[in-house]
Design a protein around this ligand. Structure first.
Ligand code: ATP
Ligand code: MG
Length: 255
């Protein structure tokens, strides 16, 4: 059990409880996706693993160490690449590891892995959205984290670029043997990439299903097993999303 979320409860200052008693255990090198309706707490959960948010009750352990704050053993990639515009590509990747002796070598190694060696001296505004996201992935990998936390990393990209980055991420994952916790709103993306798809429900946030997928990779969208699983997940999610909508509409006196 590499990453262990133990009876985690999270409430913010307003005492609003995002989730309570949440349990999730992830093995080393596993690729796990989190799917769930907007507001169910996916980003909050990732931030807690990253150590950017505290756990109200319960605990999170990584490699038998309790997580209490942010650290280089957890690399984070967000929906927006959040790069520094005044640094070039290589300097951006080096930024979190700049005190290490081999920072430059490491930056070059991971820029090569995401096929951006040619652009290492460019500034980020000279790159497309997909390329910027690859820089963000290289930056997270250069820290050599034990786990890579990705919060809708391809959510802002077009279908074609997304497809290319899926292939790249699969290769990187196989090459680096990282453990990946990946948040997405795309059922197809989750099923295409993951060993496990964890579906969350809301109000309160909780895990409603955990699918272990052993369909061989690369997975094709028109594969019968893929389609079957997609339907199953879609039915589950639809139920949860409708519940949220109903609650919101009834709150406004519409329903
Ligand atoms: N800093 C905060 N203070 C107060 N409430 C917060 C804070 N951050 C998140 N929340 C609340 O926690 C709940 C979960 O938010 P979170 O961002 O984790 O959802 P999500 O599942 O990532 O949603 P989405 O799919 O829209 O990104 C929401 O109701 C949100 O309003
Ligand atoms: Mg989110």
């Amino acid at each position: 059990m590499f990453l262990k979320i133990n009876n985690a409860t999270k409430s913010f200052d307003n005492e609003f409880e995002v989730f309570s008693d949440l349990d999730l255990t992830i093995e080393e090198n596993q690729f796990v996706s989190l799917l769930g309706p907007s507001g169910c707490g996916k980003s909050t959960l990732l931030s807690m693993v990253a150590g950017l948010e505290s756990v109200t009750e319960g605990s999170i352990e990584l490699d038998r160490q309790k997580i209490t704050k942010a650290g280089p053993d957890r690399g984070m990639v967000f929906q927006q690449p959040s790069l520094f515009p005044w640094l070039n590509v290589k300097e951006n990747v080096m930024f979190p590891i700049k005190k290490q002796k081999d920072a430059e070598e490491r930056a070059e190694k991971f820029l090569k892995m995401v096929h951006l060696s040619r652009f290492q001296n460019n500034y980020t505004h000279e790159l497309s959205g997909g390329m910027q996201q690859r820089v963000a992935i290289a930056r997270a990998l250069a820290m050599d984290p034990k786990v890579l936390l990705m919060d809708e990393p391809f959510g802002a990209l077009d279908e074609q670029t997304r497809h290319i980055l899926h292939e790249e991420l699969m290769k990187i994952w196989q090459e680096t043997q990282k453990t990946i916790l990946f948040v997405t709103h795309s059922i197809q993306e989750a099923i295409k990439l993951s060993d496990r798809v964890v579906v969350m429900g809301t109000r309160p946030g909780r895990i409603i299903a955990d699918f272990h997928i052993d369909i061989p990779r690369p997975r094709k969208r028109d594969d019968e097993e893929v389609i079957k699983l997609e339907r199953k997940v879609m039915d589950l999610l639809e139920g949860e999303i409708n519940k949220v909508l109903k609650e919101e509409l009834s709150h406004e006196g519409i329903y």
